[in-house]
Design a binder for this molecule. Structure first.
Ligand SMILES: O=P(O)(O)OC[C@H]1O[C@H](OP(=O)(O)OP(=O)(O)O)[C@H](O)[C@@H]1O
Ligand SMILES: NC(=O)CC[C@H](N)C(=O)O
Ligand code: SF4
Ligand SMILES: [Mg+2]
Length: 493
């Protein structure tokens, strides 16, 4: 029987969770796992640090040392939760999984920090999930009726109960049985009592998951991570992407790949390329940086404007601004300076703090902007908070004209697959035309990349074919996975 040794951080939050507020923020989660390496939990903390951009609310690690699981989780950044050597020394073992959380289902409380650890018939088990299940509420109601007692508000916990209730003979079969019942997006890691590290991607591969290997670890050294940037930080070699619908099982017998769902196509999240992923990551064969600079080039070809300087809105507008400047021949300048001691704007839960956040984060570089015709490049407009403030700031710094160019199509629909975008009535593009948006943000002109331009930049000449290979529902409203909880009443009608 496995043992469980918790090392809980005692901090908790009171107050409302960001996920429970009306205009919710816009982030996701990172997962990292390592098998067969000394200092597995230290490697995991480093991997989570490289994935910090994917979620900044909470972090957790569960390690496995022979038959004992060890756990430490807390609210806050990786450095805050795992900065203490005494804590790290408790996380013993040669296998570990970790998670950076930005809530999509279940608020920001200590009880909602991942990985989730639970005991079931075969022993202990830990699960870490990036994504969001679209039938979690429906399944949860059924499970509660069957007597399940939920410990958290997270969709992810449904997985744990489905595994525990399964009567399948092996843990692998139980995982598959659970996966067949859930709908939605998941890149999931599980640490199992027989010493197995499992990694699974949903049948359409909406969220990323990559496989890597550390040198000098004999038969071990296997790494699973949301992005390749987490392999780079620990010196692991990138082996390949885990495929859509693939389940990998890593244990003493080596690595085994299963495809329990058959081939169902691939609908990778196109927003990973536009905004979420780190620019130094390579996902699904495309370097994120190259994708972004190419989008910038397409944007310049599609909606060029006479101007003196191209200015990125830091951080994620930078690579597309480099592409725009190169294609248009207009000089690239850092007209907005980013303060490095503040995180992503959306992390703050109230509109008031969000507004303050943008001011704290960006300031205008007058020397570059005064008297100039400026093209501002950002990756996306969600609520419009950032663009409104930035346009104002650039004008106040003396710019003669301010033109805004956006490296994504207008964001008109919420995401239900693991990105915490606001509901439609908070999305600027859902309620206004491009002309109205230009007026609202105070720009002289505003243009977004077209779908053709976006997919051309990703290497696909045929837009319709490309649209079948990516999820782009937040731009098109074409949701590739059924929204059971949202549309349940319609299905029953
Ligand atoms: O229209 P809004 O509601 O303001 O949201 C859009 C902005 O939010 C994101 O930036 P963020 O500051 O979160 O992170 P970044 O530093 O990675 O660009 C995105 O890059 C846009 O700049
Ligand atoms: N953003 C995510 O991937 C979140 C994972 C999971 N749905 C949670 O709420 O914790
Ligand atoms: S809806 Fe948008 S953010 Fe969500 S998975 Fe699809 S493309 Fe990505
Ligand atoms: Mg930004």
């Amino acid at each position: 029987m496995t043992k469980f040794i918790p090392h809980h951080k005692t901090s908790t939050t009171s107050g409302v969770s960001s996920a429970e507020l009306p205009g919710r923020p816009y982030e996701e989660c990172g997962v990292f796992g390592v098998w067969g390496a000394p200092d597995a939990s230290a490697l995991t903390a480093l991997g989570l640090h490289a994935l910090q951009h994917r979620g900044q609310e909470a972090a957790g690690i569960v390690s496995l040392d022979g038959g004992s699981f060890h756990q430490h989780k807390g609210l806050g950044l990786v450095g805050e939760v795992f900065g203490d050597e005494a804590v790290m020394s408790t996380l013993k073992g040669t296998a570990a999984i970790g998670h950076n959380r930005y809530a999509t289902t279940g608020g920001t409380h200590l009880r909602n920090v991942q990985p989730i650890y639970a005991d079931y018939a075969f022993g202990g088990m830990a699960v870490a999930h990036n994504g969001n299940l679209t039938n979690a509420a429906t399944l949860r109601r059924q499970l509660v009726q069957r007597g399940c007692i939920f410990q958290s508000g997270m969709d992810t916990e449904v997985f744990v109960h489905l595994i525990a209730l399964s009567t399948a003979p092996t843990i692998t079969d139980r995982l598959i049985e659970a996966a067949r019942q859930v709908k939605g997006a998941y890149s999931l890691l599980a640490l199992l009592p027989d010493g197995t590290l499992a990694g699974m991607r949903d049948p359409l591969g909406v969220r990323p998951l990559v496989l890597g290997r550390l040198p000098d670890c004999g038969e071990g050294g296997w790494v699973l991570a949301s992005e390749t940037s987490a392999l780079d930080i620990i010196g692991a070699e990138f082996i390949r992407d885990i495929e859509a619908g693939e389940l990998v099982i890593i244990n003493k017998e080596g690595i085994k790949s299963l495809r329990p769902f058959g081939a169902q196509g691939n609908r990778f999240c196109v927003f990973e390329y536009i905004y979420f992923a780190r620019p130094d990551s390579i996902l699904e064969g495309h370097p994120v940086y190259t994708a972004r600079t190419r989008i910038g080039r397409e944007l310049a070809r599609e909606s060029g404007v006479a101007a003196d300087v191209v200015v990125p809105v830091p951080d994620s507008g930078v690579p597309s601004a480099i592409g725009y400047a190169a294609e248009s021949g207009i000089p690239f300048e850092l007209g907005i300076i980013r303060n490095h001691y503040i995180g992503r704007t959306f992390i703050e839960p109230t509109d008031q703090i969000r507004n303050l956040g943008v001011k704290m984060k960006h300031s205008a570089n007058k020397a570059v902007l005064a008297g100039k015709r400026v093209v501002l490049i950002d990756d996306s407009i969600v609520r419009g908070t950032t663009s409104r403030k930035i346009v104002d700031m650039v004008r106040a710094a003396g710019a003669a004209e301010v033109h805004m160019r956006i490296a994504s199509p207008p964001t008109k629909h919420p995401c239900y697959y693991g990105i915490d975008t606001p509901s439609e009535n908070h999305l600027l593009a859902a309620r206004h035309t491009v002309e109205e948006m230009a007026e609202l943000i105070g720009a002289d002109s505003l243009a977004f990349i077209s779908f053709d331009g976006l997919y051309k930049a990703l290497g696909d000449e045929d837009q319709r074919e490309a649209a079948n290979r990516y999820c782009d529902a937040c731009f098109t409203g074409d949701y590739p996975i059924t929204l059971v909880d949202r549309d349940g009443h319609l299905l029953q009608a």
